[in-house]
Design a protein around this ligand. Structure first.
Ligand SMILES: NC(=O)c1ccc[n+]([C@@H]2O[C@H](COP(=O)([O-])OP(=O)(O)OC[C@H]3O[C@@H](n4cnc5c(N)ncnc54)[C@H](O)[C@@H]3O)[C@@H](O)[C@H]2O)c1
Length: 398
């Protein structure tokens, strides 16, 4: 099939490479000129796709990136994989989805299969995408298949992660199944796009709420003078009815801190209070302040004038993604306490107008995210280490 994928970020490029690798002819459309040039030169910007995986697909013509919207009309399948962030008031920002729908309405003149993989609240495919594109006068097949990719996860990938599909018609579902069956092992059909959309945001709400629960518990355990992690590890020995979640400095990335607010938004519209989501957001967003409070307490009551290095500023191990990272709050709050703060993260390199600094030379370190290959000797060389990851034996931390 000829496939156009709108948005070549973490999700779009991953799907593009998955589809191109199984014989589809894929156009990766993106509005970012520099990104498109880099992709066409064989340079991937995400950890899960190596340059050596991308280059042969470009060489064989199976994959090409483009900023030319007119090429989309030559495709059979159009996949939308654009950002769905929150606005300043932490409400859903569907402007990128609307722009993608608009682009299809303006450029596509014959019937296609249109699939939305972007995460959003139930009703997005029907009311925000299909209703808008239909105004162009062209009828299409519409399906929703929310992406579940977990960047950096070595075990679960596009191929072996079960894929949900819900469509606006049986024909749309059957065409979407035919497409995904070429590069996904397991496809689960649900009765409507709304079920697929809601399942995706519920999955991430489940994680957000449980992470908040262990984050709150870690604070209770510390105040009780026991190790929260030891308690959680002990609880995890129960072979049924318990699922392990770990405390940390907060939540980051484009999913866990964001998607639950999409569910809260629609809950509010139908008059049902989403109390767990609200409370979980409060707990997780307050974790950087808790980390800094503990760092100050662990350093004798003040960090004024101390050189502090924050180690690992992306939101999770072995990825360079800094979206919504709790490291930002930790750094800002350490600075308000008068510390001289640098950060170290070789994967991120530069961020917020600053560049990664060496660990050596700092008076103390706060380990927010631990990437493979971290120089543990340098970390331990800092007088005091506060560990948010639970991986440095003997260190103070959560
Ligand atoms: N990152 C993840 O781990 C992950 C996992 C599952 C689902 N999702 C969801 O997938 C969607 C995409 O997320 P992402 O992480 O890939 O985002 P991203 O920011 O990595 O990539 C999005 C890309 O879309 C491009 N873009 C924006 N507007 C466009 C437009 N109108 N036309 C063409 N391209 C446009 C951007 O330039 C960018 O390259 C979101 O809804 C997200 O919630 C993300």
């Amino acid at each position: 099939m000829r496939v156009a994928i709108i948005g070549q970020g973490y999700v779009g490029l991953t799907i593009a490479v998955g589809a191109a690798g199984t014989g589809h002819e894929v156009i990766g459309f993106d509005v970012n000129d520099q990104l498109v040039s880099a992709l066409n030169a064989g340079t991937s910007h995400i950890e899960g796709i190596t340059d050596s995986a991308l280059s042969p697909l470009i060489g064989s013509g199976a994959y090409k990136a483009s900023t030319d919207a007119s090429v989309i009309d030559g495709c059979d399948v159009i996949v939308i994989a654009v950002p769905t962030p929150l606005d300043e008031a932490r409400n859903p920002d569907l402007s990128f989805v609307s722009a993608a729908a608009d682009l299809i309405a303006k450029n596509v003149k014959s019937t296609k299969l249109i699939i939305n993989e972007s995460t959003s609240y139930p009703g997005t495919l029907r009311h925000e995408i299909a209703a808008h594109i239909t105004l162009s006068g062209v009828a299409h097949f519409y399906a929703s298949s929310p992406e579940r990719v977990d960047p950096g996860n070595a075990e679960w990938n596009v191929k072996n992660t079960p894929r949900l599909i819900g469509g606006l018609s049986p024909e749309a579902v059957s065409k979407a199944k035919e497409f995904y069956a070429t590069f996904c092992d397991t496809i689960i059909e649900v009765s409507s796009p709304e079920v697929a959309e809601a399942a995706k945001i519920f999955e991430n709400t489940f994680r957000q709420v449980n992470i908040a629960l262990v984050n709150e518990f870690a604070q209770i355990a510390d105040a009780l003078g026991i190790s929260g992690r030891e308690v959680l590890n002990a609880a995890a020995t129960k072979p049924y009815g318990f699922m392990e979640f770990n405390p940390g400095p907060g939540v980051g990335g484009h999913c866990i801190p964001v998607d639950p607010s999409y569910l809260a938004h629609v809950a509010n519209e139908v008059g049902v209070p989403a109390t767990f989501i609200k409370r979980a957001n409060e707990v997780n967003l307050a974790m950087p302040a808790y980390v800094v409070k503990r760092v100050v307490a662990g350093s004798g009551g003040t960090i004024k004038g101390k050189k502090v290095v924050v180690v690992g500023v992306s939101y999770k191990s072995n990825v360079a993604d800094t979206r919504e990272t709790p490291a930002a709050g930790v750094i800002d709050l350490l600075r308000t306490q008068g510390a001289i703060v640098t950060w170290h993260d070789d994967l991120v390199g530069s961020w917020r107008g600053e560049t990664s600094a060496p660990i050596q030379g700092a008076d103390m370190a706060v380990l927010v995210t631990k990437h493979d290959g971290l120089d543990l000797a340098a970390l331990k060389g800092c007088g005091y280490v506060f560990d948010c990851t639970g991986t440095i034996a003997g260190a103070d931390g959560i």
